[in-house]
Ligand binder design. Structure first.
Ligand code: ZN
Length: 403
């Protein structure tokens, strides 16, 4: 009986202890989150959870710093170009003395606590070095996830220590205490993304072209394959196929491919009257422009059946792009034959004709893309092909290859 009472009391005590602990944890967490949020708001306009901006400080001005960020220092106003816009910071940030203090404080409080920096930062030699900040650091920066210290005078230039924001509240508090920094984001019209696709004009290249789409069955798979191999192609679409396939149009464009016009609904342009010819030339342009997120303007046109006469050439506002390698995919319906056709006729500067409306063409394309790259060919758009070869594309002219 007594034992039972004791057990009951013990159980109650344990329950109370657990409850108190939970309340403590909640209070602590709330305080922690509150303080951290306030720190982020008061000291610097960066949300550590979702930082999109880079700010920094350094003796180098007007240069591209790590990760392609660009900064300029003018009249005590520091402007940092980031992926999403410019950050402007009024006033000079820190004196050399302050920098030395920051580093010392930083090393004492943060590095010893967390040991989160890279291999270099872990070495004793380096820790001795960084105590003498003025000699060794020129930059303190904030990147998307880390505080970065730049060490430009070492033989292994440049060195960085990265400390995740969430582990750096002490550092940030010191960094910005009493500074009254005015930080604002200045909207800029457009940041052009860094091109990752580079063409070697001296190496082999061909242009894969896909006609009659976009196809909701096949086009996206081809686009994915191209993306996987960092390759481009040109899709000559029919205007009448665009509506309802806007997402496909944008997927094609998003990974650097080109879209050309292939008429509105595929008549033989040599055989139509002028009003119809105009519709076929212009409606496809309007359809693509409307479907694309960025008002894309087609610059190239492939006449249906490759059929042109002098009148069509005169009427065309575009260069007319035919081909020198016909895979005859629509006729062969056979993957091996399509691939053999390409292999047998392949030359530098070729334009290869395929149709993404046929499943067999898609299957062949999925094999051709890695195969051509394996054979040393760069896969480029028609525009890229002619630009790399230095051949101007002029409206009304017909082109079969870039040779
Ligand atoms: Zn066609």
């Amino acid at each position: 009986m007594r034992k039972n009472v004791k057990r009951k009391i013990n159980a109650t005590r344990i329950l109370m202890a657990i409850l108190s602990l939970m309340i403590l944890i909640i209070v602590f967490l709330t305080g922690y989150i509150y303080l951290n949020n306030n720190l982020a708001e008061d000291k610097i306009i960066i949300n550590p959870e979702n930082a999109k901006y880079t700010i920094g400080y350094g003796k180098y001005s007007n240069e591209i710093i790590d990760g392609g960020y660009e900064k300029n220092v003018e009249d005590g106003i520091t402007v940092f170009k980031t992926k999403n816009g410019y950050l402007k910071i009024d006033g000079t940030l820190f004196t050399d003395e302050e920098k030395a203090l920051i580093i010392q404080k930083f090393i004492n409080n943060t590095i010893n606590d967390y040991k989160t920096f890279d291999d270099l930062g872990n070495s004793e030699t380096f820790q001795n070095e960084v105590k003498d900040f003025n000699k060794y650091f020129s930059d303190i920066g904030f990147a998307e996830e880390n505080i970065i210290l730049n060490h430009p005078n070492s033989e292994n230039l440049p060195l960085f220590i990265n400390i995740p924001y969430y582990q750096s509240s002490k550092f940030m508090e010191f960094f910005f205490s009493g500074k009254n920094l005015a930080v604002e984001l200045i909207e800029i019209p457009q940041i052009v993304p860094k091109p990752t696709f580079e063409i070697n004009p001296d190496a082999l290249m061909v242009a894969l072209t896909f006609d009659d789409g976009p196809s909701s069955k096949n086009t996206l798979e081809i686009v994915e394959k191209l993306k996987e191999y960092n390759a481009h192609a040109t899709f000559f679409v029919l205007g009448s196929n665009v509506k309802g396939r806007e997402d496909i149009i944008n997927s094609i464009l998003d990974s650097g491919n080109e879209i050309g016009g292939h008429s509105w609904d595929h008549p033989n342009l040599v055989k139509v009257i002028d009003s119809e010819l105009e519709k076929q030339l212009y409606w496809v342009k309007d359809a693509v422009k409307e479907a694309s997120n960025n008002g894309y303007e087609i610059k190239l046109f492939r006449p249906p059946y490759g059929a042109v006469n002098q009148h069509v050439k005169n009427m065309s506002p575009y260069p007319l792009i035919n081909w020198d390698i016909d895979t005859l995919d629509w006729k062969n319906k056979n993957t091996e034959k399509i691939i053999a056709n390409v292999k047998d006729n392949l030359k530098d500067g070729s334009i290869i004709l395929m149709h993404d409306i046929h499943e067999v063409s898609k299957t062949a394309a999925l094999e051709l893309i890695p195969m051509l790259i394996d054979e040393g060919y760069q896969l480029v758009t028609v525009s890229e092909l002619f630009e790399a070869k230095g051949i101007p594309l002029e409206k009304g002219n017909v082109y079969f290859s870039a040779r």
